[in-house]
Design a protein around this ligand. Structure first.
Ligand SMILES: Cc1cc2nc3c(=O)[nH]c(=O)nc-3n(C[C@H](O)[C@H](O)[C@H](O)COP(=O)(O)O)c2cc1C
Length: 328
């Protein structure tokens, strides 16, 4: 049993979190994570309407009686989803943990705290983590450059970002990006984190609602098989490398604009990948940590394995490295 400031503050058995994942963070995966003693997040915007989110929360409750949360990714878009209504759906369903990401959680804090909801804010820089701590979030999830999705524009990997954040963050903190196994968890704890957040590794579990061919593609992939798209637009995203990601990078490198790649990067094409198993059908999200993934376990097997091996690693392997001083 690993006890940390995260497990204590949030009442979660293990310091392992499954972050929000568009099209993937549904009740099937989230309940499996919860039943194994981890913290899973339903992804609010995967549900087409706030009413659909209400139903998905109820479906998750049918599958687990353990705590779980909802991810609310708030991005500046031309036609924003009804964020207020999603927030109300979360509170009305008495969900008690929210993962915010995308932009500052500040405008949402009074509402969440008035409704007894704890907020974990996911961000990619120390300055944003400090700002989030200042506006009262309950924990930080700090995403290094390795991560799937949006790594920000600073390009600081976890090995530096995690301890740099820890130096200024006094609330519980999760390390995110590039974690897949016990070695990563133990490293994260050593660097000052109170647990790990994983996306890619959970995408490659039995319960993730994506086609088997996508999971097998991830097992076959190496750490080299991601692309950074939208660098030129200041909105970098790390995605699985495929013909579409390469074409997107090429067009933007040649001076193209968003409108030139819009047909390639649409969300609906990405969704097709997960549903059909055609891994070249569109842009889909995965991180460098694919290079460490060699199997497709259930979420429960994965969590159990990470915790067991982390305990062994700490007590046997690392403990055994400390040589006793022999006195003459
Ligand atoms: C398929 C997929 C979809 C994701 N969608 C979201 C999302 O909608 N909102 C969000 O905050 N993070 C999203 N993420 C990021 C994860 O929550 C997490 O921060 C990230 O995957 C951590 O890096 P890792 O993949 O190396 O573990 C996504 C990740 C993946 C793999």
């Amino acid at each position: 049993m690993l006890r940390t400031a995260f497990t204590e503050t949030f009442g979660i058995e293990h310091p392992i979190v499954q972050g929000g994942m568009q099209w993937v963070g549904t009740a099937d995966l989230v309940s499996a994570v919860a039943n194994a003693g981890g913290l899973g997040f339903l992804t609010a915007l995967t549900q087409p309407t706030p009413e659909a989110l209400t139903h998905e929360i109820a479906r998750c409750r049918d599958l687990t009686d353990k705590p779980f949360g909802v991810n609310l990714t708030i991005l500046p878009t031309i036609t924003p989803p009804p964020y207020d209504e999603y927030r109300h759906a979360i509170a009305d369903a008495r969900v008690k943990i929210v993962e915010t990401a995308g932009s500052s959680p500040e405008p949402h804090m009074p509402f969440f705290h008035d409704n007894g909801i704890k907020v974990i804010h996911k961000c990619t820089s120390v300055r944003h983590a400090v700002k989030a701590q200042k506006v009262g979030v309950d924990a930080i999830s700090i995403d290094g450059f390795e991560c799937a999705g949006h790594p920000g524009e600073d390009d600081i990997p976890g090995l530096v970002l995690i301890p740099a954040a820890r130096a200024q963050i006094t609330i519980p903190m999760l390390a995110s990006g590039g974690f897949a196994d016990a070695r990563g968890l133990v490293a994260a704890l050593s660097l000052g984190a109170d647990g790990i957040n994983m996306g890619t590794r959970f995408l490659c579990t039995a319960e993730a609602p994506v086609h088997q061919a996508v999971k097998e593609r991830m097992v076959a992939a190496t750490e080299l098989d991601t692309d950074l798209i939208f660098r030129q637009l200041g909105n970098t995203a790390r995605v699985a490398k495929n013909v579409i990601s390469e074409e997107t990078v090429q067009i933007l490198n040649a001076g193209g604009e968003f409108s030139d790649v819009q047909h390639l990067v649409s969300g609906s094409r990405g969704r097709t990948v997960y549903g059909s198993g055609d891994t070249d059908a569109g842009i889909w999200t995965a991180g460098m940590v694919q290079g460490l993934i060699t199997d497709i376990p259930s979420a429960g097997e994965l969590i159990e394995r990470i915790v067991r091996e982390a305990e062994e690693l700490i007590t046997s392997r690392l403990g055994g490295l400390v040589a006793q001083k022999v006195r003459a």
